[in-house]
Design a protein around this ligand. Structure first.
Ligand code: FAD
Ligand code: UDP
Length: 403
């Protein structure tokens, strides 16, 4: 008999497994339908020996000391501030739009103060900021909206920005200074040995059993457990009884080039050309040195793995119905990006999981994040193979071709 069956070994499931096992002595079985842990944050060494993120670029950033300190028990960090360029009018310019973006795009030499006035002169005031279109057009006007946001958003979501909640594009700020960082959070860093290593450390506890390539539907009737923690899509759990909740998907095209550097920035966004939205070159993120380089192209699509909940009013209405069902389902706890249908970053999911743990264990939220032990010893017990040119390979999760 397990105290908890946890469906999904991403952040939501793994944080709860770790806390319940190490913090409360519970016996936990964590399952995932995939053949690896770490959910969408999973990284691994590719055929060339380069550390890549299988499900697209994952950059850790948070303002929460609690979340950062909690994860720091399981990993050391590599300081990393993310930078992105956008391909617009035949040039690569910084995104978020900043002073340099505008000066380079229009051949100007504005100061920060002059740029504020320039934005004010092109902005289209709106009474209410409701949609993602409103967010941009009301700040920087229609022309920049069309150059940087309209095409990218239509590709990414299959919807016009006018059909999406303001919160989607509001993730990307506009600046009048020269700060070209993508994020401004207090803590910005990458796990030194990768995300998967961090998850291995989290789940390395005698009370935690892991079953991969295991779908909840196939085991729900025969694994005895007291309570269930579910981190998969909430509509699927309830057999789509209120209809399908839309999730946007991506096809990831990974490629390795026989050159040390492929592009001049970690990520290049393509708002207006190509079917893909962005290209990420992983060595910038990880700091790995290698004579070759690996990149990933993101092709948005419908119908694949569910990656993004789609924030818009009609979907929120459907989700609210599932939420009522979820709250009325005893001994089942819904947590994470898919189960609560929220466009959450990694740190927000960790925070959400720690909050649920505080509730389950009857502790204060601040207490819940405290791991009562010295730093967990790194998983050096898993023999690391050294790849040709590579730093090291994590044996267990290294995927062969046709994974
Ligand atoms: P997931 O990681 O999706 O884990 C859920 C797991 O449950 C999956 O492994 C799935 O296989 C499993 N599962 C589902 N249903 C079942 C079932 N029935 N049976 C068994 N297993 C099941 N966040 C950031 O902070 N920074 C970034 O730079 C960033 N970049 C991103 C880029 C992309 C392309 C994407 C898609 C997301 C990005 N995110 C980023 C968000 C981040 O991936 C999520 O916040 C985080 O992974 C969510 O964790 P989770 O545990 O809720 O879900
Ligand atoms: N976006 C855009 N152009 C860009 C970057 C972002 O239009 O160059 C919009 C787009 O709708 C995207 C959203 O802003 O989905 C959020 O961007 P973010 O980089 O946060 O997306 P994520 O990393 O979550 O895919």
């Amino acid at each position: 008999m397990f105290d908890y069956l946890i469906v999904g070994a991403g952040y939501a499931g793994s944080v709860l497994a770790e806390r319940l096992a190490r913090g409360s002595g519970k016996k936990v079985l964590i399952i995932d339908r995939r053949n690896h842990i770490a959910g969408n944050a999973f990284d691994h060494y590719d055929e060339a020996g380069i550390l890549v993120h299988k499900y697209g670029p994952h950059i850790f950033h948070t303002n929460s000391a609690d979340v950062f300190n909690y994860l720091s028990i399981f990993t050391e960090w590599r300081p990393y501030e993310h930078r992105v360029q956008a391909s617009v009018d035949g040039q690569l310019v910084p995104i978020p739009i900043n002073l340099d973006t505008i000066n380079r795009l229009y051949g100007l030499n504005l100061s920060s103060f002059e740029l504020q006035e320039w934005f004010a002169s092109v902005a289209e005031p709106r009474d209410r900021i409701r949609t993602s279109e409103d967010v941009v057009v009301s700040k920087v006007g229609r022309e920049l909206y069309e150059k940087f946001f309209r095409g990218y958003t239509r590709k990414q979501w299959g919807l016009d920005p006018s059909e999406l909640d303001s919160s989607v594009i509001a993730r990307v700020p506009t600046r009048t200074n020269r700060d070209d960082r993508y994020f401004t959070d207090t803590y910005q860093a990458m796990p030194l040995r990768g995300y998967t290593r961090m998850f291995e450390n989290m789940l390395d506890h005698p009370n935690i059993k892991i079953m991969l390539k295991t779908d909840y539907a196939d085991i729900e009737d025969w694994v005895p457990h007291r309570e269930l923690i579910y981190t998969g899509p909430v509509d699927e759990f309830f057999s789509f009884s209120y209809g399908k909740l839309p999730y946007r998907s991506l096809a990831f095209k990974h490629q390795t080039f026989d050159v040390p550097v492929f592009q001049p920035a970690p990520v290049v966004n393509y708002p207006n050309e190509h079917p893909y939205t962005r290209v990420t070159e992983f060595k910038y993120l990880t700091g790995q040195e290698h004579s070759k380089t690996s990149v990933v192209y993101e092709h948005p699509c419908d119908g694949g793995d569910p990656y993004y909940p789609v924030p818009r009013p009609e979907n929120t209405e459907i989700y609210k119905k599932y939420q009522v069902l979820a709250e009325a389902t005893p001994d089942v706890h819904f947590v994470g990006r898919l189960a609560t249908y929220k466009y959450y970053n990694m740190d927000q999911v960790v925070a959400q999981a720690l909050t649920l743990y505080a509730r389950l264990s009857g502790t204060q939220r601040a207490e819940a994040a405290k791991v009562r032990m010295a730093r967990v010893k790194p998983v050096a017990t898993i023999p690391a193979k050294s790849g040709k040119n590579g730093r090291e390979k994590s044996r267990d999760w290294r995927l062969g071709s046709g994974d």
